[in-house]
Design a protein around this ligand. Structure first.
Ligand SMILES: [Zn+2]
Length: 500
């Protein structure tokens, strides 16, 4: 049995409470799967012909799983779409993003792999608007690009129905606008495609790309009718397709739900029987304690996106309360990290620090826990078993870090390896990244394609998006359009101390 031996000065097999690390260790990998973990010398004796990767100086750890992103190589900011709350941004996204999806996805894969992310969740940006043929073609290109990228992925189709509209498309509001602005707002309407047509598209893609993992998303649950959500739920269960959605990202979405349905979005989804263990919910900034209880009871998962939540002024998600309630948590970049890159190591640090309250006697979120969110947390979200760990049976998806970034103290008994990794390791310290035993990043650079060419192609045909009179109007009236009541005094909105 000839395989690979991946050597490390320190091999971390998983993060979290059951984490373990082996000094002078190795992974024995056959056909891209970890078969054994143990001391290098022992594994070498058992498979003398195995190909050796690494010289025994690296830190080897599980690859990161990005549980929420949109496959954007060229970020929205680079396309001219400002950092604004989701309700305003969706206007820019709705008009349609330019550029070639195939090259854009390959470019984001290169960026994510170089950051140590070995698997990613892609929510498609089309938001479920027609024409169907164009969406099908786009998705084919997206799935093809992931297949060729060397990265693991799940691709999610975004769907919505025509029964409910956004508040700025209400007749009374439209009637109040000047003819010029009104024409523009009405132009945002797109032909909507029925659930059945979308599901047959999903089925066709599944047939065409049998190796791809595909999921479904109700895009903007506030804009989806009860019947649509029930139908989608049934269809997803029948197909064993996971579901991901954006949930209570902004205070506006919270207000809109009370205004329109008289209850919180979480309560509404639970009443419809939508929330189950196969549903992951991105952002979750505006959940109440009661909502968190419902998440726990239904088994629905949370994907935390701390940078995006800060940049878009969505707020700070109560992830600590969710963790305390044993809600499943994963981490995602949303293609909107602090530095507008895909730095998942920094994202993990941010997640840990934002959820660690000040004061003596208060305990911080352990580094182990945050690293677990960013690795194993994603396996269930993507629906790909074994991700985020390096144990017998796991895919050999891993990151090899230069030893210059961690110090001797790491090897002393009782030292918190997770804390050291979190605070000392930078993306620039990443040497190699492997997915299924295949080297995809070497010397910190993506090696499967010409990286410069990828970037050039991704930028080709890109049109800068511009603020328009109608967008400015939505920005200025957003509170009024969405709100029916105030949630002043709720804990998750204010950043820090209050003056009283
Ligand atoms: Zn998102």
């Amino acid at each position: 049995m000839t395989g690979q031996l991946i050597r490390g000065r320190l091999v971390v097999t998983r993060w979290g409470a059951q984490s373990s690390a082996i000094e002078m260790g190795a992974l024995h990998v056959v056909d891209g799967i970890v078969r054994e973990v143990g001391p290098f010398d022992e594994l070498r004796r058992r498979d003398p012909a195995a190909q050796e990767i690494g010289d025994g100086t690296h830190l080897v750890m599980p690859g990161f799983v990005n549980s929420h992103s949109h496959g954007r190589g060229i970020t929205t900011l680079r396309q001219g779409i400002p950092d604004d709350p989701g309700e305003v941004r969706s206007v820019g996204l709705r008009v349609g993003l330019s550029g070639d999806p195939y090259w854009d996805v390959l470019y984001t894969c290169a960026r994510q792999l170089e950051a140590g992310i070995t698997a990613t969740m892609h929510l498609d940006t089309n938001y479920g608007y027609g024409p169907l043929e164009a969406y099908e073609k786009r998705l084919q290109e997206v799935i093809r690009a992931y297949g060729e990228s060397g990265m693991r992925s799940a691709v999610t189709l975004a769907l919505r129905d025509a029964s409910l509209d956004d508040p700025y498309l209400e007749d009374a509001f439209l009637a109040s606008l000047s003819p010029e602005v009104r024409a523009e707002v009405e132009g945002w309407r797109r032909p909507l495609i029925g659930l059945d047509s979308y599901l047959s598209l999903y089925d066709r893609l599944r047939q065409q790309f049998p190796a791809a993992t595909l999921q479904l998303e109700p895009a903007g649950v506030g804009g989806c009718s009860d019947d649509f959500l029930k139908g989608l739920r049934t269809a997803a269960s029948a197909r064993k397709a996971g579901l991901q959605l954006h949930l209570l990202e902004t205070v506006y979405s919270k207000q809109y739900s009370f205004k329109r349905f008289g209850k919180s979005t979480v309560q509404r989804l639970a009443d419809l029987g939508f929330l189950c263990g196969d549903v992951s919910c991105a952002h979750c900034v505006w959940l109440s304690q009661r909502d968190i209880g419902i998440m726990r009871e239904t088994g629905a998962m949370v994907v935390h996106n701390p940078s995006s939540n800060l940049r878009l002024r969505s707020g700070i998600a109560p992830v600590r309360s969710m963790a305390e309630a044993n809600v499943h948590i994963a981490l995602g970049t949303d293609n909107l990290t602090l530095n507008d890159d895909e730095d998942i190591l920094q994202e993990t640090r941010l997640a840990q620090l934002l959820q660690s309250p000040p004061g003596i006697g208060e305990t911080p979120i352990p580094a182990q826990t945050a690293l677990q969110w960013a690795t194993q947390g994603g396996a269930k979200v993507l629906g790909i078993e074994g991700l985020g760990a390096l144990e017998p049976g796991s895919p050999a998806d891993l990151v090899m870090v230069h030893n210059r970034s961690f110090d001797r103290a790491v090897f002393e008994d009782g030292h918190d390896i997770a804390a050291s990794v979190m605070h000392w390791v930078r993306q620039s310290d990443i040497d190699q990244v492997l997915v299924g035993g295949r080297v995809v990043v070497r010397d910190g650079r993506y090696v499967l394609r010409d990286r410069t060419e990828l970037e050039r192609k991704a930028y080709e045909g890109l049109r800068q998006w511009k603020l328009t009179p109608a967008t400015r109007l939505i920005r200025s009236q957003i509170g009024e359009r969405y709100a029916s009541q105030s949630f002043g005094g709720e804990p998750f909105y204010r950043l820090n101390a209050r003056e009283d």
